[in-house]
Design a protein around this ligand. Structure first.
Ligand code: ATP
Ligand code: 9VF
Ligand code: MG
Length: 443
């Protein structure tokens, strides 16, 4: 049977169940394409997605609530009518959220900040405030994570709890089982230096989430107060300054390029790699690398600038490969190159060494090869490739009107940030609406 969206559930009952289980009467409800703005009889206003699967939709569908809101002054009849419906649904039971009274254990920090931790201690019956989740990703994370599976209904249905003991406390469970969605939500809320062992965890999902939410809000407020700089933007500025100081010219070439450029780079439609390219219309694509733009600049500057020519670009690149912890579909590449004199492996390695020392990132050099350039010098941080570097010339240069020796290296900025800051997931430092400077924004 198709589940009804929130707006139709509301219009049927005229009631709302808030996150803390209070049953409210609805005074008015404004609807937009995707959202509802509901004013309760008590004056509370909330904005929610008009979803079929949210916590609120489930509560209304299952007539699941904890106690009526006193300020709404709901008619006894209305409450009874709502409560009675539950009795007809055998599979549904009013779920009373139980939060252990045990002390909140901070998520293990390398260096615990006691001021942060003590502030995050909350009363054992605290339940998070309603949140507005805008993206499907956000909504899924929180709504699914909050989901409490319907349990077989006990013999004597007791819908409301005495007002004095709204949240009954049970004996502390030995071990908490987390769903994968809950684990993902918790992991997304961890700071880079935080870890959690789900198998040893004694706190409930709600407790952990609430502690982490408080910490992440604090982190974001601190960034707003302190530097206000975006990590990715700042790294781009820092690297730009470094290469400009080293005598490299900063260039910015188009992100939207003719697909023919990729054919000229040896990645034509017949090649497996071309499947990773985002095509735009019939003839264009989003650049998956910076080399075509740099080739064109080198050719044009050849008779203009003194030898050797040094240029670099930093900017977005796109590849259809989002799996794993080191790949993004939208990432930021640095490619620096030199053409003309002194284009040796030694110069290349020394430039790379100076650059990574400047950033304070450890690395190893390994030999590799790739389809576009043939032999490459790969720069690794642990098991992650930071860069592929090449000593030219190569036969392909001819197709770009370049006929001098060259050296060059391409680095991913998000991978540099991940290596430098120990981020677990590259997505937390990528262009994103879900993270800011490694901190989850779905709070
Ligand atoms: P990998 O083998 O890890 O997929 P690659 O060899 O295909 O990388 P290159 O074409 O050498 O990547 O690109 C230069 C650098 O750009 C890489 O060393 C990496 O730092 C970064 N990079 C490449 N693809 C991605 C991606 N999808 N997401 C984030 N960074 C990337
Ligand atoms: C080095 C890897 C051919 C002299 C204009 C610039 C390079 C390797 C870069 C990058 C890529 N290449 N991800 O080319 O410096 O292009 O695949 Si040029
Ligand atoms: Mg590579």
């Amino acid at each position: 049977m198709e589940r009804k969206p929130l707006d139709s559930l509301i219009s049927k009952t005229g009631l709302w169940v808030s996150r803390n289980g209070h049953l409210h009467g609805i005074r008015s409800c404004e609807t937009s394409q995707k959202n509802l703005r509901i004013t309760m009889d008590c004056g509370d206003v909330i904005q929610v997605r008009n979803s079929r699967s949210s916590r609120a939709a489930r509560s209304l569908r299952n007539h699941k609530y904890n106690k009526p809101c006193k300020k709404c002054r709901l008619a006894e009849e209305k409450i009874k009518d709502f409560s009675n419906k539950i009795a007809r649904k055998d599979e549904v039971r009013v779920t009373v959220k139980t939060v252990q009274s045990a002390q909140f254990n901070p998520v293990k920090n390398d260096i615990p900040d006691t001021s942060v931790l003590s502030e995050t201690l909350q009363p054992s019956n605290t339940i998070a405030k309603p949140h507005i989740h805008n993206s499907p990703e956000e909504r899924k994370a929180s709504a699914d994570a909050q989901n409490v599976k319907p349990q077989p209904r006990p013999q004597q249905p007791k819908v409301t709890k005495p007002a004095s003991r709204p949240f009954q406390k049970h004996a502390k469970p030995e071990k908490i089982e987390f769903t994968q969605t809950q684990k993902n939500r918790i992991l997304s809320l961890l700071a880079p230096d935080e870890m959690i062992s789900f198998s040893k965890e004694k706190r409930s999902f709600a407790e952990i989430e609430s502690t982490l939410l408080t910490q992440r809000k604090k982190d974001l407020r601190m960034m707003y107060e302190d530097s206000r700089e975006n990590m990715l933007g700042k790294l781009e500025r820092t690297i730009t300054e470094f290469f400009v100081d080293m005598g490299f010219l900063e260039v910015k070439s188009p992100i939207l390029i003719p697909f023919e450029y990729m054919e000229r780079m040896g990645v034509g439609e017949d090649k497996e790699l071309s499947r990773q390219i985002f095509r735009v219309g019939d003839n264009m694509c989003l650049r998956p690398m910076l080399a075509p733009g740099l080739y064109n600049h080198l050719r044009k500057f050849d008779n203009v600038l003194p030898d050797p020519i040094r240029i670099f670009e930093i900017g977005p690149c796109y590849r259809k490969e989002s799996d794993g912890n080191s790949h993004l579909e939208e990432f930021t590449m640095l490619n620096f190159c030199q053409m003309g004199s002194r284009c040796t492996r030694q110069t290349l390695e020394s430039l790379i060494g100076d650059f990574l020392d400047f950033l304070g990132i450890e690395y190893d050099i390994v030999a590799d090869s790739c389809m576009v350039y043939g032999d490459t010098i790969d720069i690794m941080h642990k098991n992650m490739e930071l860069s592929s570097a090449v000593v030219g010339p190569i036969p392909m240069d001819m197709d770009w009107g370049v006929n001098k020796p060259w050296i060059g290296a391409g680095f991913g900025l998000e991978r540099l940030l991940k290596a430098k800051n120990n981020f677990k997931n590259i997505k937390s430092v990528a262009r994103s609406e879900s993270y800011y400077n490694g901190v989850c924004t779905n709070l």
